[in-house]
Design a protein around this ligand. Sequence first.
Ligand code: ZN
Length: 416
Amino acid sequence: MSVHTLLLANAAELLTCAPSKGDPLGKILNGAVAMRDGIIVAVGETRDLLARADLEGAERIDCSGKVVAPGYVDSHTHVIFGGSRVREYALRLTRSAEELHSLGIPTGIAASVAMTRAESEAELFASARDRVLAMLRAGTTTIESKSGYGLTTEQELKMLWVSRRLDQDTPLDVISTYLGAHAIPDGIAPEKYVQQIVGEQIPAVVSQGIAEFCDVYVEDGYFDPQQARRILQAASAAGLKLKIHADQYSRLGAAELAAEMGAVSADHLNYTDTNGMEKLAEAGVVGVLMPLIDFAVQHPHPFDVPAMRRAGLTLALATDLCPGGWTESMQLVIQFACRSYGFSLEEAILAATTGGARALGLHDRGQLVPGMLADVQIWNIPTAEDLVYRLGNNSVETVFKRGRWAAGREPQSGRN
Ligand code: ZN
């Protein structure tokens, strides 16, 4: 056989994440997956794949007693940022935001903007790369990465170039989102800043070709729906796909706006009502949920998964890794989604794989089926249920990105 083929065989459970009748995870017992040229070429029971002439001579990796699953797709992160807000986080364990303010300790987005502006592209890349590689070791093979701590044309472009470099210089795929509308920076009137976004930042981002999405933080004290509509219309006209930070702390109609604008995803949705959820579902907008940021900030209003389920909303789970809530682990996100928000194990795994891909408009990953990218993880646990049972565990043993070993234990192989 001239072309190199890799065969992961004997998996106790292989989760295709392609739903079949009565089985949302499309689980194959004693399963196998074959990869060639970065693409999945065959999936099925091990004995069937071993009998196939076209897979003869494949390099075989034994996955006995383990689970094989698609790489996670983490569709909402702020992984690039200067410094850290560890001091704020630690003080907030016992003190109020007002106390920190009176102590003169910078907090929130403004604190991260100052620290991000102060760092060079190389410094931002170095710290973000560490986080991205930790995500990879935790099974994530595709992430979205937002700008939004620059808030000037030059500084937003700096962040997006770091994002581009993360895509090029790490094994993961990094999808870039321009988030100049993350906050109104100090010293500029809101109306003037919206004009700068529409007239200067979006054209600069588009002309450099360094973002696929435009996102807006629609919230009291940030951007109202009218401002958001202008920004999103300009971005859409310039060829960017759309996302919205919607209804995290207030309900201004952001979910309805996401549906009206044809956004790919609406993210957070803590205060979204039934009408908003139904609009999102009708428009095919994916709802992105992030249980760990809500845990990190002790959010007072949990998002309502049963209502979203009733509305027929497609859901994705993401880390929201950011200076205010730092986790690289999609497994921990799944654990919280199941235990605290009423996700079933099957719903949570699908939301972390295919759901994440949908939230990025991607249809070539998130499932183990022939023709998809060979983004695959091996879990050192005997059943999928162990994923939510072993709290705080990193069950990931080995990660393949586009068919190549990318992280974790180097696989020991034999010949087929
Ligand atoms: Zn966010």
